[in-house]
Design a protein around this ligand. Structure first.
Ligand code: NI
Ligand code: MN
Length: 225
């Protein structure tokens, strides 16, 4: 079993009853966040890229929990330079099995630098196998047709897809991405946090191909998978 809690924006918490994994924990400066950095007890933090709305409170949470930061080479290395003791460096296309499950970094078309202006490698999407389920967190990517390959190689139970437009895909591209990947459940993320990414998530759900369940999660909502 896997519980997925949406924390707002692109931040998600995964728990399987034993392990807790945080993805892109942007909380303190996130007007929609349903949790504070000090609420997060995760022992692993997985990052899609270095932008402030994804790196978020990673350094603080990792230090408090003695957590391991999993990310692409340069970004994990940056966290190490900032005093995070445990880092696991990967790169695009690679996967690794951790005590909680397996993480693969996929391609994401976007950019990646830290709030203090450092270049931190390529951005990623994240495929996480945990608790018998497979989650695809697409990061901040644009639409790309190789998402079809991701859908062919992995049976995705749930896809978190950015749909807020301006910085990422908008509703129509996000719907096309879901069509390419064919997950069982589609959840829009990265919208309505700021005025520039305001969309109607109901429109996303209405436009989904038949047979794919759309779920709109409010920050704080937990899905049991
Ligand atoms: Ni970004
Ligand atoms: Mn972002």
């Amino acid at each position: 079993m896997l519980n997925l809690t949406y924390l707002g924006h692109s931040a998600v918490l995964l728990t399987d009853g034993t392990h807790e994994v945080a993805i892109d924990p942007f909380l303190k400066d996130n007007p929609l966040a349903s949790a504070k950095p000090e609420d997060i007890k995760a022992k692993y933090i997985v990052l899609s890229h270095g932008h402030g709305d994804h790196l978020g409170d990673t350094i603080e949470i990792a230090k408090r929990n003695d957590a391991t930061v999993i990310a692409t080479f340069e970004l994990a290395g940056y966290c190490g330079e900032k005093g995070v003791k445990n880092i696991h460096q990967m790169n695009t296309g690679g996967a690794y099995s951790f005590p909680f499950g397996r993480v693969k970094l996929t391609v994401a078309f976007h950019s990646s630098s830290t709030p203090d202006g450092q270049y931190v490698g390529d951005p990623n999407g994240l495929i996480i196998e945990m608790g018998g389920k497979t989650i695809y967190h697409a990061g901040d990517t644009a639409l790309f047709s190789d998402m079809k390959l991701i859908g062919k190689m992995h049976s995705i139970d749930l896809m978190l897809v950015p749909a807020g437009d301006n910085f990422t895909m908008g509703v129509d591209e996000a719907v096309k991405a879901i069509e390419f990947v064919q997950p069982k459940i589609a959840v829009p993320i990265h919208y309505n946090t700021f005025p520039v990414i305001e969309i109607d998530p109901e429109e996303f759900v209405k436009k989904l191909p038949s047979g794919i369940e759309g779920k709109i999660l409010k920050p704080g909502d937990t899905l049991k998978l």
